[in-house]
Design a protein around this ligand. Structure first.
Ligand code: KG4
Ligand code: ZN
Length: 344
């Protein structure tokens, strides 16, 4: 018998219904259902549609996770659930399900922060997080640099986007280029055939001395550039636009991440969130961290985008730290601050 906690993690903050099961830092199951095909034609996630899809997928996904892990519900030690931030109605479905399982099974409930879970998930692949580390968190809803002395309790914001999130910029640029939603994967693919130095797109706030980001101007610059070509009756070199946009995003993110480590005297950087699946961001982060003597940790792409395993991973760390569980009446908090790792 292992004395590491066996934890079920439930994730429903956006369009993915995720259920993961981990024992300590060992991943046993990571089941996922996505309602993305129902949102794609709207060019964004429709909250009500996502909530309904979570409701339908929740029990089958959890059953699937137990079957895959080969454990019985009664065997688990705790249930962790994303309590925020995210879409209010979508979060509510996961939180309600987690409460029902916790109550029915007589197991403790841990309402946890989605953003901290994006960082904690790396432990499933690369072992315990160095303390402290700096985390670059880049998703559809957030772009932040965080100092993480302890992912189960203390997360300190160092900088964040002042407008669009990096993922949001990918999604909007993809629309300009006639690519499907979500835009990250098709831009990543198209960019492989293009030249990242072909068009010099703006890198806002690069030398402003802060650890904040801004991507709204970049998105607009790409749209204007494409419009100008179209107005002139010229073909749009889609691969070059995708690669040049991607280079601008990866350049700013990696420079500021390295600057954050240097400023904090921290030698370990973790990159997480859906945009961390991006091939150019991963490659450039590797180059720049190597040059700066920083150890880089990035989970495999499947663990970067939303999933249940990340919630289970954070839950297991919290249980191992001996922290008390959340009360059964915790709310789903769509704007849960990044500093609140565990809801009490
Ligand atoms: O973390 P995530 O799955 O959901 C949120 O918490 O928001 O991130 C989703 C975002 C989307 O904006 C999507 O376009 C972006 O991650 N994304 C990518 C890639 N894969 C997903 N962005 C760039 N390159 C990718 N390969
Ligand atoms: Zn996320």
């Amino acid at each position: 018998m292992s004395d590491e906690p066996l934890v079920l993690g439930i994730e429903t903050s956006c369009d993915e219904t995720g259920a993961g099961i981990v024992r300590g830092r060992t991943l046993l199951a990571d089941e996922i259902a996505s309602s993305m095909d129902q949102h794609a034609r709207f060019g964004g996630v429709v909250p009500e549609v996502a909530s309904r899809a979570h409701l339908e997928a929740m029990v089958p996904v959890i059953d699937g996770a137990f079957a895959k892990a080969g454990v019985k519900p009664a065997d688990i030690d705790a249930i962790a659930v994303t309590a925020g931030p995210g879409l209010a109605g979508a979060l509510m479905v996961g939180v309600a399900a987690a409460k029902a399982y916790a109550y029915a099974l007589g197991k403790p409930l841990y309402g946890v922060n989605h953003l901290a879970a994006h960082v904690a998930v790396d432990q499933l692949e690369h072992g315990p997080l160095p303390a402290p580390c700096v985390a670059l968190l880049v998703s559809g809803g957030h772009s932040s640099l965080l100092l993480v002395p302890d992912v189960t309790g203390t997360v300190v914001p160092l900088g964040a986007t002042i407008d669009d999130a990096a993922g949001e910029a990918y999604d909007k640029v993809a629309r300009v280029l006639g690519m499907p939603f979500p835009g990250g994967p098709p831009i990543d693919r198209a960019a492989r055939e293009g030249d990242g130095a072909a068009i010099k797109f703006p890198r806002a706030k690069l030398h402003d001395g802060t650890l904040d980001f801004s991507f709204a101007g970049l998105k607009t610059a790409v749209a204007r550039w494409v419009e100008a070509r179209q107005d002139a009756g010229q073909p749009v070199p889609v691969a070059d636009v995708a690669a040049s946009f991607q280079e601008a995003v990866a350049d700013v993110l990696t420079r500021k991440a390295v600057a954050a480590c240097t400023a904090q005297g921290v030698t370990d950087l973790v990159v997480g969130g859906g945009v961390a699946a991006n091939s150019r961001l991963r490659a450039l982060a590797a180059d720049r961290c190597a040059a700066a003597g920083i150890r880089l940790r990035v989970p495999r792409p499947g663990l970067c985008t939303d999933n249940g395993a990340m919630v289970a991973a954070l839950g297991a760390s919290i249980v191992s730290a001996g922290l008390p569980p959340s009360p059964l009446d915790i709310p789903a908090d769509s704007s849960l601050p990044v500093t609140e790792v565990l809801v009490r």
